[in-house]
Design a binder for this molecule. Structure first.
Ligand SMILES: C[S@@+](CC[C@H](N)C(=O)[O-])C[C@H]1O[C@@H](n2cnc3c(N)ncnc32)[C@H](O)[C@@H]1O
Length: 235
């Protein structure tokens, strides 16, 4: 059994449950999973991908015909924060990544990841991203005390509750998601990160545009709280 499996088992012992909160144990387990993926790919430098369409951070939403990658249980497990992607240059036509970049640190992880995505995309290759939108969240708080975003969240997350807390707690949930989120974006900040990494023609779009371009993707129906952006690599 690997050292990392032993560490994960330790996190589930009664003692670990007594001394660490569920949230801390979950975050620690995720970091061990990242370490596992990173060690697994350590020597993988130029693997030929099984598809020219990359679905980055697929989670449970695997899409047929795409290379669905995530930290665990995907077609090809990797740690997006490792600073290097294990594929050769110019192999992918497109990348889609929904609600993933907010889990990474902007300067140390997202910009290096975007640089790598630019490298592995073909000239003129497309990147489509979505994440929680600072602009929509702040507007909702100031103008509607989060009522619209709360209502919008219910179909996707029926068990979500503020447990009697004021609506401002939803801001904490969106910005931090119990320690999982590191950076949120508005269009200006995400466009800055993409252009810094060498992408061009950065445009704000809607979920409908993503679904029109790639109808095989299941709808998230989260336009009211999400930022959708698309950019391309220089041709
Ligand atoms: C909120 S989920 C989104 C999943 C899916 N894209 C969707 O729209 O439902 C975030 C996903 O990003 C993955 N993720 C976050 N940080 C990661 C990292 N450093 N390396 C690999 N995967 C990561 C998580 O495992 C999770 O599946």
């Amino acid at each position: 059994m690997s050292q990392q499996h032993t560490q994960i088992r330790l996190l589930h012992t009664p003692l670990a449950k007594r001394v660490f909160s569920t949230r801390t144990r979950k975050l620690m387990e995720f970091d061990i999973r990242r370490l596992q993926a990173r060690l697994k790919r350590y020597k993988h430098k130029a693997v030929t991908p099984l598809s020219t369409k990359l679905h980055l951070g697929s989670g449970k939403r695997r899409v047929g015909g795409w290379l669905n990658v995530d930290v665990l249980g995907s077609d090809f497990d990797i740690d997006f924060a490792s600073g290097a992607l294990p594929w050769p240059a110019r192999v992918f036509d497109c990348v889609v990544s929904q609600h993933v970049i907010e889990h990474l640190d902007l300067n140390e992880e997202v910009v290096p990841l975007f640089r790598e995505l630019r490298r592995v995309l073909k000239p003129g290759g497309e990147i489509w991203l979505s994440c929680p939108d600072i602009d929509k969240i702040c507007r909702s708080y100031l103008e509607r005390r989060m009522a619209d975003l709360l209502e919008d969240r219910m179909p996707r997350w029926p068990s979500y509750s503020l447990e009697g807390m004021p609506p401002s707690q939803m801001i904490n949930d969106l910005f931090h998601q119990r320690g999982e989120h590191k950076n949120l974006y508005d269009f200006e900040l995400l466009a800055w990160a993409l252009t810094t990494a060498g992408f061009v023609d950065v445009r704000q779009v809607a979920e409908a545009d993503l679904l029109a371009r790639f109808p095989e993707f299941p709808a998230r129906q989260d336009d009211r709280q999400s930022l959708y952006v698309r950019a391309v690599t220089p041709g």
